[in-house]
Design a protein around this ligand. Sequence first.
Ligand code: FAD
Length: 468
Amino acid sequence: GEFTEQADLLVIGGGPGGYSAAIRASQLGRNVTLVERGDIGGVCLNVGCIPSKALIELSSRFHELDGLAKRGVVTEDAHIDPVALVQTVTASVERLTSGVRQLLKAADVQIVQGEASFVGPNEVRVRASHETSRIKFKDCILATGSSPRELEGFVVDHQHILDSTDLLFAPVVRRDLIVIGGGYIGIELGSAHARLGTKVTILEMAPEILMGVEPEIQRTLRSVLKQMGVEVHTGIKVKGVKTTGDAVVVEIQAGSTVEQIRAGAVAVMVGRVPNLGDDLALGTAGVGIGPEGRLVVDEQMRTANPHVFAIGDIVAGPMLAHKAYYEAKVAAEAATGRPTGNDATVIPAVIFSEPEVASAGLGEQEARDRFGDDVVVARFPYRANGRAIVLGAAVGELKVVAAKATGRLLGVHIVGIDASNLISEAALAIELGATIDDLALTIHPHPTLSEMYPEAAEVAQGMPTHIA
Ligand code: FAD
């Protein structure tokens, strides 16, 4: 028979959710075993956040060289070395994943390589390449993450029909590329390849790219993409694909017209689905799948099985690493019997486009739907910020949404350089219940981009200093 082990706390999945839950549970005194079928670090560290941001950074620096030459810094003969570029991306992954492996080791987390599936409410079977074993657990934290959504008729062959991972690690300079999906992953990776010299066409089924983003930010980004030579087509239904020699022909439908477009390759990035398939045998654990194919949990991340918790991409909410990190800590505490709960007000979201887009809290329309006339909106442009001008990046704006009567900050939306870092101040302010007056009265260092916060607050007060 199979060898059966005992685990005090079992974590399934070693991505941002799983590995941080394992570390926190260990810090809280639990004996932790972590099962991972692939690579420690999950999607985020191996094929998601980290390699994509490494590639985006390099492509942005390369693209910036034109602008730099105009501003007095001339570098001759700039070009891409594709091999070194891919090595740099890979090195960033290796550095972070080995760091996480060390942290798990230091926390005495036992790592088991293999694929887990439930055989009972407190037991899993783990299949590795050569053997299977069983693990009985007291408590379990499920963090199995997500996989790319498949598009009917498009079988990823990694040659002509690509997925996001191919765009991260394949030789990067292509003649032309069709990207299916105008969500954040399609926009981030499509525009990164465009900056490296590929002719990119983005096809989106919805009427706009980046659904859920403030409409004026969608428009800003679309015009920036156009300036870069990226073609964006919305309201497009993709019907099918044929590969012919070294090219692909994609059949698309816009309204009632059917057309064919050709390129060297097509990349499919049409969203992600939670990894909760039959192979996990969740029914055996007494854990049922709820709306949108996600697991239902209470505010302590507990499923219908009181000893099984679930976090990250497999539960409701945006599929983002920092949401997984947060939920991991709640689950680790709950499993350890601590008083805890998921009471986050905002989950900030960033799109690492050029320029960056970031938001926290309610959108303008969302706020108006909820609070009617009791909403004030104020914007401050990057072109009126000294730091943005010396950075040569005076494009974009910071927009605040607040309650009119109390001044309470409800949301912040930014498009422009370094939006990814700026948004954290908004997240903190909203979590602390800050008001427009708080923003205006907090002294921000000069000259920095963060000064746009008090400046936007002054706009809301009707007394701005640096714009008329
Ligand atoms: P995952 O990271 O998916 O990890 C789950 C792990 O569980 C995997 O390693 C898998 O092998 C393992 N597993 C699954 N089933 C089993 C099983 N039965 N037995 C054993 N192991 C199993 N998010 C951001 O916040 N910022 C970004 O900039 C960002 N960029 C992204 C770019 C790309 C191209 C992609 C694809 C994603 C990006 N994301 C980003 C999303 C982010 O990667 C995910 O939200 C995050 O990885 C979710 O963490 P997780 O722990 O829930 O799951």
